[in-house]
Design a protein around this ligand. Sequence first.
Ligand code: G3P
Ligand code: CA
Length: 382
Amino acid sequence: MTQGESRSPGRRTVLGAAVLGTAALGAGSTAAQANERNSGHGSSYKDLPHPTVIGHRGASGYRPEHTLGSYQLALDLGAHVVEQDLVPTKDGHLVCRHENDITGTTDVAAHPEFASRRTTKSIDGVTLTGWFTEDFTLAELKTLRAKERIPANRQENTLYDGRWAIPTFEEVLRWAEKEGHRRGRPVWLHVETKHPTYFRGLGLGLEERLAGLLRRYGRDRRNSPVFLQSFEPSSMQRMAELVSSPRVVLLSAAGTRPWDFVEAGDPRTVADLVKPEGLKWIASYAQGIGPTLDLIIPKDASGRLTTPTTLVRDAHAKGLILHPYTIRNENTFLPADFRRGTDPNAYGDAFGAFKVYFETGIDGIFTDNPDTGLLAAADFRS
Ligand code: G3P
Ligand code: CA
């Protein structure tokens, strides 16, 4: 079995139908039915390779994040799942950006026609000055070009600055469908709603728009090749009412509160949510959690790993899978145990880091370097 290949014997049959394309469909088939077949409906997340390697923002260790170039490379490297973060435009289109502030990941500052759009906002309690997707129509955003977010760490990635536009989620769905046909297996996506309460307050609710696209492209079922994810539990609860696609609740540092909890006056923190009662509550509307790695293995004051928590065991006991985030190859992002040499941007012992996290029993992991993760996962399985 090669990396990325399903363990499910039944899946080939579904995919066999998928690669026939729309020509094989009956005259009465709708576009949604065709898309459903082509996107691999019938393949459960439980059939994904274990541990599952998720290309974080594509292959963002090697290309500017959330570009079609980054997604394509992640898939070509063999990532089992490719991640998108979603924010809306002024005219209601969902586009792929890690946040609505596009100052650091596009060339917007070099566009004099948009100089007056620079503004200061409070988003989820944080004051930010810059340019924001919700102040641009899709046509305007499409005049911008993506660039590397962290050029000081990843100078090589700046080679690709200006090469790609901001993709819409619909473009990604079409790309995934095309690649699915070509490869004879579905392309799995892991789709995050960003700042959902904030955007709902602007009349730009994310969930209904996302659900509409998932339905249109046949990814709205329990066995569709897509995970939905959010740091705001209410966003996943809302998605559960709209579609059946698997859902993952993201968990930040233990002392933090999801922003929807803050807005609703819910006093619970992430520390409450990782207790058995909190996990039971999550399991009532989601299939997994996406904790920060520090919730799996905390670090000491020097940044070295300490003893794993009971979170993996506790979450599994409630039937939840775990997709923690994020491993990156560079020293500066690794636990101190795995840094090598003194250059913060040089690669450390990322294989060592993957190994200790895999040994905790997690089901998958987000990584900027899917090729490293895949080799580490193969080592772990052998
Ligand atoms: O969604 C998983 C991981 O991507 C969460 O962190 O901030 O990179 O979206 P972030
Ligand atoms: Ca994300």
